[in-house]
Design a protein. Structure first.
Ligand SMILES: Cc1ncc(C[n+]2csc(CCOP(=O)(O)OP(=O)(O)O)c2C)c(N)n1
Length: 645
């Protein structure tokens, strides 16, 4: 048998098994490595989807980081961590593991301490890197060790309150921290706010670029190292008026370097080597091009921030199915446009997610009633509270997982003052390819205990519109949760109806088991009921709960009085969720009917290829649910027969 022929041009990337291999390459080989990484990123994300734009922008930066520092001894903390694919490829996670990116058994789309010792800190939510890195740098100082800690933050991370809180604490916490400001001018959409304008002014101002050229010239005269640092400090002192006063970051006590071309490996190398020897915290302002290397991604940075599978040549999405039901986000966005056109008091607020939440429809149609406040969920909710005090009807469209960040504002500012703010929580339930940082599995548990809250989940997109309409008439806060992706395809009524608050809907009668299903679980409940009737001869009814708070207690108690088994179904953790609300209501009425709660377990659910695969892994596939209900029913029947005897 003959051995397979070696490829004509073996890839450098295939010989990279860890950071030492990156360091061993000659400088002249690095552009080829960068090119190969880009090709790999495009090939894998074109198939699996993923954060292609951000990663194409940080190829040279990540190579330069791994040449200048040595992980895992030195530590990189990537903000959001959606731009960590290149880091994965350079830290032994290439090959098949990377090709299964965001799939079951493959690399996660974010960074996890459990995935690799090179992932110093996990993330998926924005704005955490600087605080975490500062904690790590301070711990290092307390321990007396010397490793480097590098925070890599996007420009939009500086729209987050936490980043600014951390910035305020840098100099009082450590003398040695390196912050990379990866400025590509984009959040998911175009970055917003005063800091973004400020960064733009720095990047385009010829004075700053002059400084940059002077720094370049300066670097040419000195080798890297302590001597360079000493001379630089002197030079900087002498040019103080010109340079030091020029940067906002200098006012926070960080030495500002830049702007640096983030695709120039040599410039990156010099700045990183210089920063390593600084005895004050340093911020290197790096300018990168989001999507570099893929024309479609450069032209459409928002679409390619996080793309679904696409054609690598044309950039066309592969997922578009003609005639598919609309996504919940679009139904919400279009309904809000209709309502906002009819009532100028209705406003839409997003924390940097106009397209993901569907608020882009409002931004286009009624721009005066649309606000993008940056990645600032706490501010978004408080801002809405303020607007509500003046008679406006703000709608905060924030993914379930990101609303976690605004919990105090929900309680302290909105609910306590019973202000009429509507919260539209998209991505409630599982976000399979993204994983635990993005699953919206906790919102019911964290909202159910908040007084004045009305909490709903629609069974389909038409009911979503009714719920939005209903919430916009509430005297206090309304929360509507709905899942990622396509609706059920039902027709949307021309005129929405206001739902009676706290009233559930019986969809199917039954005498043995009643399934109380919430929102996206209603279709599954109907199928389960049908199957139990056909295969097991059990009479099963289904209730569309609609409201988690207030619950339809009257209906619940009437079922509890005559039906032996109640089953609850929810796309949420069982702990503290909808089923728990049912149990509490029954307990408060001294009602001891059997209840089987079906939902996600008390575990962080990993990423996976699909919802079905993850459901199967956690005993929530249709077969597993059916077996569970049947088993419970049989035990109950046996007990009842024994009791009768
Ligand atoms: C708390 C929170 N809100 C919203 C998001 C959604 N999100 C993911 S990345 C991103 C933009 C990040 O922009 P930037 O930090 O500039 O990095 P870039 O993608 O441009 O490299 C947003 C809004 C998030 N991850 N976390």
């Amino acid at each position: 048998m003959t051995a397979p022929a070696a490829p004509l041009h073996p890839r450098l990337l295939d010989a990279i098994h860890g950071p030492a291999d990156v360091k061993a390459l000659a400088v002249a080989q690095l552009p080829q490595l960068a090119e190969e990484i880009r090709a790999e990123l495009i090939a894998v994300t074109a198939k699996n989807g993923g954060h292609i734009g951000p990663n194409l922008g940080v190829v040279e930066l990540t190579i330069a980081l791994h040449r200048a520092f040595t992980t895992p001894e030195d530590q990189f903390v990537f903000d959001v961590a959606h731009q960590g694919y290149v880091h994965k490829l350079l830290t032994g996670r290439g090959g098949d593991f990377f090709r299964k990116l965001r799939q079951t058994g493959g690399a996660s789309g974010f960074l996890y301490r459990s995935e690799s010792p090179h992932d110093a800190f996990g993330a998926g939510h924005a704005g955490t890197a600087l605080s975490a890195a500062l904690g790590m740098a301070t711990a290092r100082d307390l321990r007396g060790s010397r490793e480097h800690v590098v925070a890599v933050c996007g420009d939009a991370a500086f729209t987050c309150g936490i980043t600014l809180e951390a910035l305020n604490n840098v100099v009082s916490s450590t003398k040695r921290l390196i912050v990379i400001l990866n400025d590509n001018e984009w959040s998911i959409a175009k970055n917003v706010g005063a800091i973004s304008s400020y960064l733009n002014r720095i990047s385009t101002n010829p004075i700053y670029n002059k400084v940059h050229h002077d720094v370049e010239a300066f670097f040419k005269s000195f080798p890297t190292g302590v001597e360079m640092n000493r001379v630089y400090t002197k030079w900087k002192r002498e040019t103080k008026d010109f340079f030091v006063e020029s940067s906002l970051f200098e006012k926070f006590g960080l030495r500002y370097l830049g702007p640096v071309d983030g695709h120039d490996l040599d410039a990156l190398h010099k700045n990183l080597e210089f920063a390593k020897h600084c005895d004050v915290p340093v911020l290197i302002h790096v300018l990168t091009k989001k999507g570099k290397g893929l024309e479609a991604a450069v032209e459409h940075p928002e679409k390619f921030h996080g793309a679904s599978p696409f054609d690598p040549v044309s950039g066309e999405s592969r997922k578009t199915v003609v005639g598919a039901p609309p996504n919940y986000q679009d139904v919400f966005g279009e309904a809000l446009v209709r309502f906002a056109r009819a009532d100028p008091h209705i406003l839409g607020i997003t924390g940097a997610m106009p397209s993901g939440t569907g608020l882009a429809h409002l931004a286009t149609a009624v721009p005066k009633q649309f606000f993008d406040v940056g990645i600032a969920e706490e501010h978004a909710v408080l801002f809405a509270a303020g607007l509500a005090t003046k008679g406006f009807r703000p709608v905060c469209a924030i993914y379930s997982t990101f609303l976690q960040r605004a919990y105090d504002q929900i309680i302290h500012d909105v609910a306590l003052q019973n202000l009429p703010v509507t919260f539209c929580m998209d991505r409630a339930g599982l976000s399979p390819n993204d994983g635990p940082t993005h699953h919206g599995l906790f919102d019911l548990a964290y909202l159910r205990c908040v007084p004045n809250a009305t909490i709903m989940q629609p069974k389909d997109e038409d009911e979503l519109v009714d719920m939005l309409h209903t919430s916009l008439q509430l005297p206090g806060p309304g929360f509507i949760r709905y899942p990622r992706g396509a609706g059920t395809g039902v027709k949307i009524k021309a005129q929405p109806v206001a739902l009676p608050i706290g009233q559930a809907e019986v969809l199917r009668e039954g005498s043995h088991i009643m399934i109380w299903a919430l929102g996206s679980m209603v279709p599954d409940a109907l199928k389960l009921a049908e199957r139990l009737a056909l295969e097991e001869n059990i009479s099963v009814g289904v209730v569309n709960a609609r409201f988690v708070k207030p619950l339809d207690r009257a209906l619940l108690l009437s079922h509890a009085a005559c039906i032996p088994l109640l089953v609850t179904m929810e796309d949420h953790v069982v702990a503290g969720g909808f089923g728990s609300a049912v149990l509490e209501a029954l307990h408060e009425s001294d009602c001891s009917v059997a209840v089987e709660r079906l939902g996600w377990p008390d575990k962080f659910v990993e990423h996976g290829s699909s919802l079905d695969i993850l459901r199967a892994a956690y005993g929530l596939s249709p077969d597993a649910l059916c077996s569970r209900v049947v088993a419970r029913w049989r035990i109950l029947s046996a007990e009842r027969i024994a009791a009768d005897v």
